[in-house]
Design a protein around this ligand. Structure first.
Ligand code: URP
Ligand code: ZN
Ligand code: ZN
Length: 462
């Protein structure tokens, strides 16, 4: 294992900015200081650039069977795309099979990633049934396997949805074992009724996917999830929060001092219901929760500034328009739910800096450091500090580029942001000290990504 010296950059972390050199030995940051002169196998010149912790995306669905097909990026193409976009850690979702404990699903996802992932990764476990065996498996996973978070769904009846008793039992479990429940908060019963009504009226176009999942259905479920967590006396993390009314539930909970955490996604900040149009092209934007009218966006940006929202994940769940999204022509229920975005997240969120919404420090916090703290990777990922993994991005805050399916690295035939010009892009990306992307050129190695056994994050989740 070699040594690397990153020279002359401006280090940006969630709490600091200063000019310094960073020395890396065996994949770990060992020294930070001005004018470091130790010999190094590789010297990286970061003059005029930001030196920041690699991005952490805690919400991806790679190689996931869903909606009658499988998401288009596997652990190789999806992690390569993430790396090109300055993300060096993913936490993906493994799925419990009905009628089984958690381990067969977990092992299946470990196999999907092995030999393919190019950056480090962990798993949350999706729980679909909470039997006594599953309950025991939750404890075991937290204590022995480093799987310290579990996703439950309040929507998708018959596929993922669980009832309030199950949610409450799962939350209570985490009181004992220190794990964290991540919630997909939409009221599945209400949505299914609205969907049936729409179809009776012949409303089958993609935009009706969005119109049958109203903000109130998300806000109600968010409030209920927070209330259940309060009764269980544990923290809760709401995934992919999309709208003002749901954010208001989180804000109220946090103002009361409850440990309620929430993530939003770039699509809810940059895209809106209007992008879905009236025709089938709108299928490109079908995801759950759906895109909202544009007037929700300002509230979400404000939520990030005020720390009512702590993280930005992508919910990257790509399906080709041709052959996959097309499964839902004539019936929006059959459009596979999900959007691509793992590659654009760090750059899109840098627009919050460009547009003076928040500082560079806050940008690092919402794209990296908070995720590490909440999901048990603090001190290892999401920081530039001695002892931390050298997952480092040398970022050019001035570099402009245009987002397009022609140039992106995701294995999907469209971009949600086609033609959008943005400012800021990573020049060099290091994963545990190795340069894996340099000036847009791929230099990493398939299978070099390591499975991360995560800790419980009790001390942060207060
Ligand atoms: O539309 C979405 N969000 N697809 C992925 C599954 C989920 O609920 O996160
Ligand atoms: Zn979800
Ligand atoms: Zn998701």
């Amino acid at each position: 294992m070699s040594t690397t010296l990153v020279k002359n950059g401006t280090v940006i972390t969630a709490s600091d900015r200063y000019d310094a050199d960073v020395y890396i030995d065996k994949g770990v940051i060992t020294h930070i200081g001005q004018g470091l002169s130790m010999p190094a196998d590789t010297v990286v010149d970061a003059s005029g650039k930001l030196v920041m912790p690699g991005g952490i995306d805690v919400h991806t669905h790679l190689d996931m069977p869903f909606g009658g097909t499988t998401s288009a990026d596997d652990f190789e193409s999806g992690t390569i795309a993430a790396a090109h976009g300055g993300t060096t850690t993913l936490i993906d979702f493994a799925i419990q099979n009905f009628g089984e404990g958690l381990y067969p699903g977990f092992e299946a996802w470990m196999k999907r990633a092995e030999g393919k992932a190019v950056i480090d990764y962990g798993f949350h476990m999706i729980v679909r049934e909470l039997t006594d065996q599953v309950s025991g498996d939750m404890d075991k996973m937290v204590r022995h396997d480093g799987v310290t978070s579990f996703k439950l769904f309040m929507a998708y009846p018959g596929v993922f949805q669980v009832d309030d008793a199950t949610i409450f039992k799962a939350l209570t479990k985490t009181r004992d074992n220190g794990g964290l429940i991540c919630m997909h908060a939409e009221n599945g019963g209400v949505i299914d009724t609205l969907v049936a009504e729409a179809l009776r009226k012949g409303q089958t176009a993609p935009k009706y996917h969005a119109l049958t999942r109203p903000p109130r259905a998300e806000a109600e479920a968010t409030g209920r999830a927070v209330a259940l967590a309060e009764m269980a006396g544990v923290p809760i993390y709401i995934v992919h929060l999309s709208c003002s009314a749901a954010l208001e539930k989180i804000r109220q909970a946090r103002d009361m001092g409850l440990p309620a955490y929430a993530e939003t996604c770039p699509q809810y900040l940059f895209l809106s219901l209007e992008d879905m149009g009236n025709g089938f092209e709108g299928a490109k934007y079908v995801c759950s929760p759906p895109l909202r009218p544009a007037d929700h966006q300002e509230d979400l940006w404000r939520g990030l500034v005020r720390d009512d929202l702590q993280t930005v994940g992508t919910d990257h769940c790509p399906f080709d328009f041709v052959g996959q999204k097309e499964l839902g022509r004539g019936d929006f229920r059959k459009i596979p739910n999900g959007l691509p975005g793992v590659e654009e997240r760090v750059d899109l969120m840098f627009q919050g800096v460009v547009n003076d919404r928040y500082t560079k420090e806050r940008w690092v916090e919402i794209t990296s450091t908070s995720a590490a703290r909440i999901f048990g990777l603090a001190g290892v990922k999401g920081v530039i500090a001695p002892g931390a993994d050298a997952d480092i991005v040398i970022y050019d805050p001035e570099r402009k580029h245009v987002l397009s399916a022609e140039t992106h690295h995701m294995n999907v035939d469209y971009s949600c942001y086609e033609g959008m010009e943005i400012q800021g892009h990573s020049d060099i990306v290091l994963s545990r000290g190795s340069v894996i992307v340099e000036d847009g050129e791929w230099k990493g190695q398939s299978g070099a990504g390591k499975f991360l056994k995560r800790e419980v994050a009790r001390e942060y989740l207060k």
